[in-house]
Design a protein around this ligand. Structure first.
Ligand SMILES: Nc1nc2c(ncn2[C@@H]2O[C@H](COP(=O)(O)OP(=O)(O)OP(=O)(O)O)[C@@H](O)[C@H]2O)c(=O)[nH]1
Ligand SMILES: [Mg+2]
Length: 378
């Protein structure tokens, strides 16, 4: 399989490898290489690896005509996508320091020496940041794009305190990259993926002025933004497998209560006295349990979806019926014996249902959807 067509192989080790993913950026590449060349002229031993997804826009001809030994083009003809292009470039790079940057001149190559200085200090990962003192964004960002960026940044908060986790201008030492586990090339935000999966502890932000692209078109589509949601969910499942299971389980449980109440109302409205109240309760419980099972299997126990659904369903019913029965009898005993005031009854119900949720989750997880491979979403 000739997935990669390596135009100008160039393999001896260097100080810095710069990975530039491109898709239809031929117009920007000339000026970019010129500016990187100036940094190189300042005495930095660097090489550039351009990973292009077969743009067919003159990129190949341009790189061939420039003919610089320190610029290498990899044209991918099968895989596509920004993150996988970056991972492909990283796998080919041999620098002591690895830099990732966009081609569209949004990222100033002149700050690369600052990246290296930070990495030679305490930093194990460097991000070119718009949002630290000294950083800025070129005017002309619409309100929508600004809001978009803020929401995306906020969603990355559980994983990193970096102020600009959306940045695609990144630097790290080779050892940091080698320590990465389970790298997943989903979505656009390879920086966030690397910070999490390389278990970076000291992420430093180097201020940059982020320029609006001068050439070509943005590839940041709505589809790409939806992929970001998938990416965040996968990262959460990888980094916090317990919480990523429990929180959806509790939420599905709440929704199940709403479904149960709604069904009771509906059955009463439809059938009235024609079927007994007990039967109505049993039907509502049965449907609510199926509801919970389907959504729990999908959202809370995603890692066990490939195993037998029938066995899981039977196990789920068996486990979940225990707290239901216990709650039922405890409540009846308390009410029959007039043991409690209404307020205490509410508190009791809350404590009982919380204990029920935790019991269900622990036991279902241990016996029904076993946690053999809790890490990594799909
Ligand atoms: N190889 C490859 N590169 C890509 C792909 N999508 C985007 N890129 C490159 O990744 C970099 C970032 O993409 P941009 O479209 O600039 O995304 P952005 O910087 O978030 O958006 P703008 O500010 O509008 O430019 C650019 O160098 C693109 O050419 C892809 O599918 N494959
Ligand atoms: Mg860009």
């Amino acid at each position: 399989m000739t997935q990669l067509q390596d135009k100008t192989a160039n393999t001896h080790a260097c100080e810095v490898s710069i990975i530039v993913p491109t898709y239809q950026e031929a117009d920007a590449l000339g000026p970019l290489i010129e500016r990187i060349g100036a940094v190189r002229g300042g005495g930095l031993d660097l090489k550039v690896i351009i990973v292009d997804d077969n743009s067919q826009d003159g990129t190949e001809e341009l790189i061939a005509s420039i003919g610089l030994p320190w610029v290498r083009l990899i044209t991918r003809t099968e895989d596509r996508g920004l993150s996988s292009a970056v991972l492909c470039g990283l796998a080919q790079a041999n620098g002591r320091v690895l830099i990732v940057m966009d081609a569209d001149l949004s990222h100033p190559p002149e700050v690369i020496p600052n990246f290296i200085a930070a990495l030679d200090g305490a930093a194990d990962f460097v991000v070119g940041s718009r949002y630290v003192p000294g950083g800025s964004t070129e005017d002309g960002w619409g309100v929508l794009r600004w809001i978009n960026s803020k929401i995306a940044t906020w969603m990355a908060r559980p994983f990193t305190t970096v102020r600009d986790p959306m940045s695609g201008f990144l630097g790290f030492r080779r050892e940091t990259w080698s320590a990465a586990v389970d790298l997943d090339p989903v979505g656009y935000k390879i920086g966030l993926e690397l910070i999490v999966k390389c278990r970076c502890r000291h992420v430093t932000e180097v201020p940059i002025h982020f320029s609006t692209r001068r050439y070509g078109q943005s590839k940041l589509s709505l589809r790409v933004q939806l992929q970001y949601l998938t990416h965040i969910i996968r990262l959460a499942r990888w980094k916090f497998p317990g919480w990523s299971s429990f929180v959806p389980f509790a939420m599905v449980g709440l929704s199940g209560i709403a479904v149960y109440a709604f069904l009771l109302w509906l059955l009463q409205a439809w059938f009235g006295e024609r079927i007994s109240e007990d039967l109505q309760i049993i039907i509502a419980i049965a449907i609510a349990m199926v509801w919970n099972f389907i959504f729990d299997r999908w959202l809370a126990f995603w890692y066990a979806r490939r195993r037998s659904i029938v066995r899981q369903f039977v196990g789920f019913l068996a486990v979940c019926s225990i707290p239901v029965i216990v709650n039922f009898f405890v409540t009846r005993w308390l009410i029959d014996d007039q043991f409690v005031t209404p307020a205490a009854g509410v508190v009791g119900a809350l404590v009982g249902s919380t204990a029920g949720v935790i019991f269900n989750w622990v036991v279902v997880r241990a016996f029904v959807f076993r946690t053999q491979t809790p890490a990594g979403g799909d």
